[in-house]
Design a protein around this ligand. Sequence first.
Ligand code: ATP
Length: 207
Amino acid sequence: MNHTHTTPWVLGLTGGIGSGKTAAAERFAALGVHVVDADQAARWVVEPGQPALAQLAEHFGPGILTAEGRLDRAALRARIFANAEERRWVEALLHPLIGQAIEQSLASATSPYAIYAAPLLVETGQRRGARRVLLIDVPEALQLARTQQRDGASEAQVRAILAAQASREQRLAVADDVIVNDRDLAWLQHEVDRLHAFYLSLPGGPA
Ligand code: ATP
């Protein structure tokens, strides 16, 4: 037990597809802030050796594993697609494990605050105790262009994802702080540095 360790407060980081969350999170990490990524946690709980992967294989059969013993996501999706009961079973298994992984990692941070990076923070309402929420906001035209370029996707593909996500207005309603990522990467980093100085000035301790 380390008695000098104070639990950091949590900053939620969110934004739509291609808004620049990853670029912002990388800058925070370079400044020494502990970053926990919701998507990474969701992948980690079904890595080989994790109990959940064995439970999935026991429930659905070895057909949901690849030859290397990893989760075959397409095979699992096929099993739970159009089967609400099976989908709920998977969610009931994985959601608590993902939550535990995120909370343990956040609590282990030695930085004054830790970041919970969650693309769907607004959609799910799952804040993991975040005291503030930082939104990376971007005009839709730039969001489309950057995502198409990064993913080699068509405009229609990106628009379909946009339509399934929360709107800018819904995100802005939840955000405490906003970076409008409509200039170059150097400027995004500069804005992150400015907010980091502000976050360090806030009183610490758990929410
Ligand atoms: P997703 O939710 O889809 O994972 P994201 O919010 O993490 O996206 P990034 O991957 O950080 O977004 O950014 C999307 C793309 O736009 C990347 O290729 C990134 O390098 C680029 N990008 C981000 N910010 C800027 C900027 N200010 N200027 C130029 N390119 C940028």
